[in-house]
Design a protein around this ligand. Sequence first.
Ligand SMILES: Cc1cc2nc3c(=O)[nH]c(=O)nc-3n(C[C@H](O)[C@H](O)[C@H](O)COP(=O)(O)OP(=O)(O)OC[C@H]3O[C@@H](n4cnc5c(N)ncnc54)[C@H](O)[C@@H]3O)c2cc1C
Length: 458
Amino acid sequence: MMDPGVVEILKSIVGPDNVLSDQESLVCYSFDATRYTSQPEVVVKPRSAEEVAGVVALAYEEGIPVTPRGAGTGLSGGSVPVQGGIVVSMERMNSPAVIHKEDLYAVVEAGVVTEHLQRDAEAKRLFYPPDPASQAACTIGGNIGECAGGLRGLKYGTTKNYVLGLEIVTPEGRLTRTGARTVKSVAGYDVTRLMVGSEGTLGIVTSAVLRLLPLPRARRVIAGRFKDITSAAEAVAEITASGLVPSILEIMDDKTVEAVGAFLKESLGDGVLLLAEFDGAKSLCEEEASKALEILNGRQGGAIEDDVKGKKSAKLWEARRAALPALTRLCTTVILEDVTVPRSMLPDMVNKITRIAGKYDVGVAVFGHAGDGNIHPTFLTDRRNPDELKRVDAAIAEMMGASIDLGGTVSGEHGIGLDKMPFLKLEIGKAGYEIMKRVKGSLDPGGIMNPGKMFYDS
Ligand SMILES: Cc1cc2nc3c(=O)[nH]c(=O)nc-3n(C[C@H](O)[C@H](O)[C@H](O)COP(=O)(O)OP(=O)(O)OC[C@H]3O[C@@H](n4cnc5c(N)ncnc54)[C@H](O)[C@@H]3O)c2cc1C
């Protein structure tokens, strides 16, 4: 339990109504979208960067663990306060983004919901591409914490490609800025890039300068259906190898398609679905979509919709974004993974996932950002069945090894957090691990920022 004197100082910093320590509140801030839970001792909800700095300076002085939290939609356990202490919830730092149309950037507080930034940018004919499937809930701070990707990653990259600069609170509680508002800046080390994907272990982002693009003039959506996931993965590899760059290229296996149909109460048909979008100038969209259709039609299964428009296309993207919530309806516990391989290796990876699931006799559904080589094998299990959970964990470990063997990574977009801690060293090696630990040690000398994450020996 936290020293009552510390709680009183916290109340003086953020206001008494914004310090929560009742049991119900602590439970609400004890989990994210993974299976992990752990309660904080206190939750604070600052409204300004200065308040965040005050809270962190106090924690540094007192040696209290601090866990930053956005919306808690994370899929690696990052915002679960495993060592108790203070959860700093950024939910009140959500003023509307200030958009600088002439210079194509926005200044955005960390607690702004991603979809709200997208909506505000679109109102000015601008475009913020990173679009995690959780965009209706997740925050810009959480996206920066995890370097979130999304459906448009194939053409537009991920969060790191849009962060020009940051305002951050260091682990000692100092408020500072990184980066610039310019298109270019090489003034010293790229601390901005280091912060992106640092999972709240190196400081708290209070606001960000985010690059915007002009809104694409046209979009064209096509869909294909395949009898099995390997054929669909082969079509993905062929599309990317052909030089086409769809803005979106997503896959949903038959189990996911069925679950989403039941969830949305609208059948999506049978088989494996491949969804692609092309954007840009109208003529280019047409040309690229026709070439992709040729590829789909040249394969067994092939194209089913050669021009999905309006409400119908919105429905397809809604269906894709509903994949995880729909699968959670099928069982007590879902464990979603995040392997990413070079695109040409995608057919091999999906074959290995099928083989590994069979070997350990566990249920798995597969969907994801296939065009990025990033898929989410989602294990359907029950945490009350320890024997099955053991087999799921063994299957996950083998799958991580397979991804690395194929030249891939253990996490494309969800981060290490708690979930991938056992696999980080496997991917980056002993020397790489030591470098990361040295960075952590020098920037967070008190070891208070999101302790117990990323490094299993932290
Ligand atoms: C249905 C569903 C679909 C999803 N789809 C995608 C997807 O397509 N692509 C994708 O990449 N992810 C996806 N995710 C995962 C998740 O939404 C993202 O990782 C998102 O970026 C988390 O944002 P959040 O605000 O919920 O952050 P949280 O979960 O609260 O925090 C995530 C991490 O960031 C840190 N953090 C939060 N705020 C700050 C801050 N201000 N400063 C420093 N660190 C901070 C936390 O400590 C934690 O380590 C999905 C999740 C769900 C539930």
